[in-house]
Ligand binder design. Structure first.
Ligand SMILES: NC(=O)c1ccc[n+]([C@@H]2O[C@H](COP(=O)([O-])OP(=O)(O)OC[C@H]3O[C@@H](n4cnc5c(N)ncnc54)[C@H](OP(=O)(O)O)[C@@H]3O)[C@@H](O)[C@H]2O)c1
Length: 328
């Protein structure tokens, strides 16, 4: 299996984890189970295996999953695929997340055993707090995470959907234990540039934290396929349309960005979706890495191959300008 070109890897925060600019989002591996099962139907294990294989072959060296995704089904499917592909555990980086809603920080330690068992590993590379909504404070969550790191059960700590203030708090709390916050995983794409305005990106720069951009293709909208064939919207179930904001109004709103992507993509012999990902991974230098999800093998291959070129400064600026008018 082809390995990534190490010179292109990016340091995650101040950690010793070096990740490819594109990682693989594994929400799509929930196999129809749990909350995520409302959006994505069951993907066969053989397809998951192929998605993982082509991703690695095209330079992806890390995977983002979560306890929430199919109630652990995504974690299990990912480790099953890696094992069947004979990928040595140390060759890839795995990030997972603890689900905080209606829970207290103590459950981070109570649930780590399941994470390790489902991922078939003795150490999680990056453990993240999935969102800031828990019965416990950020301070207790960071204490719990630091305790796991101390026991060697996790390597680094990240957060997700945290505001600038919550990031700073998490970073400060971790520093009490000689650790640093490594990443904040947030929604970021050419159609949603909120983090550029709400202080999250600035806080990431200040703290040396990496932004992991989720929903980088705006859940499919930025591929242009729904603009080209609006009838595809009807093929997605109600929850998927709701989750992805896949509405006729949003097709109209995103039209100018998608047109600009299509026009620029011709210069690079690339797909519009690849240009959208390339913009996100380069517009802010190395601060941002992206984790597109893939529903099939072709998408995974195409998304990973978006690392094979680099948009010029003019094209980065042009897209930033067009999208600033049309982004949320
Ligand atoms: N931390 C959080 O709160 C959070 C929240 C959401 C997601 N995430 C993470 O971020 C990852 C990605 O986010 P996401 O899945 O919401 O959004 P996304 O990556 O923007 O969109 C993924 C969807 O877009 C379509 N797609 C992907 N690549 C394509 C291509 N090359 N050509 C055409 N269509 C393509 C597929 O859907 P169809 O084939 O059905 O069109 C795919 O399921 C997830 O897997 C998860 O790991 C994290």
């Amino acid at each position: 299996m082809k390995k990534e070109n190490t010179k292109d890897l990016r340091r995650l925060g101040t950690s010793e984890l070096f990740v490819s600019p594109v990682g693989l989002g594994c929400l799509q591996f929930s196999r129809g189970k749990g909350f995520s099962g409302l959006f994505w139907s069951e993907t066969d294990h053989s397809v998951i295996e192929e998605i993982v294989r082509v991703s690695i072959e095209n330079g992806v060296n890390w995977f983002d999953t979560a306890e929430l995704y199919g109630r652990g089904e995504s974690e299990k499917s990912l480790s099953r695929a890696l094992s069947r592909l004979n990928v040595p555990r140390e060759d890839v980086i795995i990030a997972t997340k603890w689900w905080p809603l209606l829970r207290t920080a103590g459950s981070i330690s109570r649930t780590i055993g399941k994470r390790l068992s489902y991922l078939d590993t003795d150490r999680v590379d990056l453990h993240q707090i999935h969102n800031p909504f828990s019965f416990s404070s950020v301070a207790s969550e960071m204490r719990e995470m630091a305790g796991l790191a101390n026991k060697g059960l996790i390597r680094y700590v990240g957060v997700s959907n945290f505001s600038a203030e919550q990031m700073r708090k998490a970073h400060m709390e971790l520093s009490r234990y000689g650790m640093a916050l490594v990443s904040n995983q947030v929604k970021y794409s050419l159609l949603d540039r909120e983090i550029e305005k709400n202080g999250v990106l600035d806080a990431a720069e200040d703290l040396g934290v990496t932004i992991i951009a989720y929903s980088p293709l705006a859940r499919g909208l930025l591929t242009g396929k729904f603009h080209e064939s609006p009838e595809l919207l009807r093929e997605r179930n109600y929850f998927r349309r709701l989750y992805g904001s896949l509405t006729v109004k949003n097709l109209e709103r995103s039209g100018p960005v998608v047109e600009a992507l299509a026009s620029i993509s011709q210069k690079y012999d690339a797909a519009p979706s690849q240009v959208a990902l390339n913009w996100l991974m380069n517009f802010r230098g190395e601060r941002v890495v992206v984790i597109p999800g893939a529903s099939n093998v072709r998408q995974a291959e195409q998304n990973a191959a978006s690392m094979s070129f680099k948009l010029s400064g003019d094209d980065l600026s042009l897209l930033a300008e067009v999208s600033s008018v049309n982004a949320e």
